[in-house]
Write a protein that binds this ligand. Structure first.
Ligand code: PLP
Length: 388
């Protein structure tokens, strides 16, 4: 009899896989579905990056196994980008690890730091892949509620002491998915002090690190004095350069943690195709005008959507960063029943807040992942339901 290992039973169903299946089933009935559910950028990868892959794919050097830990030129490019954007110095060989998107590292970090019974502090609501990593490692999760009144930042004083004693790892994610909140330097200073005091590794997920609105540049955790002593940051090209399908990301920061991430990758993969590494270096060191345009596009989409939502009485604070909108649901609903209602009666796909944790109940997440016209259409369709 073939049975999977017990750890597989701890894995929840992949939330977005279920959401995508539901949206596709609806679209297959011929409905004009507007899908704002999954965080899949709708804009194309900038041309210079695509062209670089085309020429690089001809290089016979890349047709062989790449170096285990990635080409030096790519790690150098990551260090240059961090220096230019955040003023953070990184040693390319010891403080940068090349990953398959941010996701591979975000799952592996739990394997590295959690033994069965160890605790991981996880933001609630939060990106569900943190849970999968902890589940596979046999760790326990202690959720840190992100409350609107605290700017969606966790309150470290509220972490129960029983969990704190066993805590080894903590995830943070700003600009935040799903709440669209951003972090302050003061919050990160508190984080470094908290992590030092309790011996906790900080995993800062900076997937939306380039996307801050109203001229506010998002803060990297690594800008904080002492951050490199306690943690690493996961940085990905998926959102900044519309490269979600290319699967390129990095971990940067504490050299001992980076070494462990590289070690686990040595055993599981042999790094990315060299052509993709060259194109990724082009993204990081080539012209950054496309990034400025991308942020401006999301910002004007945000403004268009929130103006239209205002008109129908669906009121919420505007996102500060990321490309998500975190909106309260109509009275008398759960986030799931509300999301189902929008799908069935307005052909609009949104992600129910409860999919991101118990504290996400009461909200839905919308991605700014279609044109302003279609976003206004979303507001019009929801307005016709007369819920607000
Ligand atoms: N972290 C967050 C918060 C995300 O929203 C995503 C993708 O949606 C990821 C990490 C993973 O990104 P990737 O693996 O494409 O780099």
């Amino acid at each position: 009899k073939i049975t999977p290992a017990k750890r597989m039973q701890a894995l929840p169903e992949q939330f977005f896989a279920a959401l995508v299946a539901k949206a596709n089933a609806r679209a297959a009935t011929g409905s004009d579905v507007i899908n704002l559910g999954q965080g899949n950028p709708d804009l194309p990868t900038p041309r210079n990056i695509v062209e670089r892959l085309k020429t690089a794919s001809e290089n016979p050097l890349y047709h062989k196994y790449p170096p285990f830990r990635g080409f030096a030129f790519l790690k150098q490019a990551v260090a240059e980008r961090y220096k230019a954007d955040y003023g953070v110095e990184l040693h390319p060989e010891t403080e940068v690890a090349v990953l398959f998107g941010g996701k591979s590292g975000l799952v592996e970090i739990s394997q590295i730091y959690l033994d069965p019974g160890d605790v991981c502090l996880v933001p609630d609501p939060g990106y569900p892949d943190y849970w999968s990593g902890v589940a596979l490692a046999g760790g326990e999760m202690c959720f840190m509620p992100l409350k609107e009144k605290n700017g969606f930042l966790p309150d470290y004083d509220a972490v129960p002491s029983g969990a704190l004693d066993r805590a080894k790892l903590m995830f943070l994610n700003y600009p935040n998915n799903p709440t669209a909140a951003t972090a302050t330097p003061e919050f990160y200073e508190r984080t470094v002090a908290f992590a030092r005091k309790h011996g906790i590794v900080v995993a800062s997920d900076f997937a939306y690190g380039a996307i801050g609105f109203d001229d506010q540049r998002p803060v990297s955790f690594l800008e904080t004095p002492g951050a490199k002593e306690v943690g690493v940051e996961f940085y990905t090209l998926s959102k900044t350069y519309n490269m979600a399908g290319w699967r390129v990301g990095f971990a940067v920061g504490n050299a001992a943690i980076i070494e462990q991430i590289n070690l686990i990758q040595d055993h599981m993969y042999c790094s990315l195709f060299g052509g993709i590494q060259e194109a990724a270096a082009e993204a990081l060191t080539g012209p950054q005008q496309s990034v400025r345009e991308l942020v401006a596009t999301y910002e004007s989409r945000r403004n268009a959507l929130y103006a239209a939502l205002d008109e129908i009485g669906w009121i919420a604070p505007k996102p500060a960063g990321s490309f998500f909108c975190w909106l309260p649901i109509a009275k008398g609903h759960t986030s799931m029943s509300f999301a189902n209602l929008l799908l069935e009666q307005a052909d609009v796909v949104v992600a129910p807040g409860s999919g991101f944790g118990d504290s996400g109940e009461g909200y839905v997440r919308l991605g700014l992942l279609t044109s302003e016209e279609r976003l206004r259409e979303v507001a019009a369709r929801v307005g016709r339901l007369g819920l607000f």
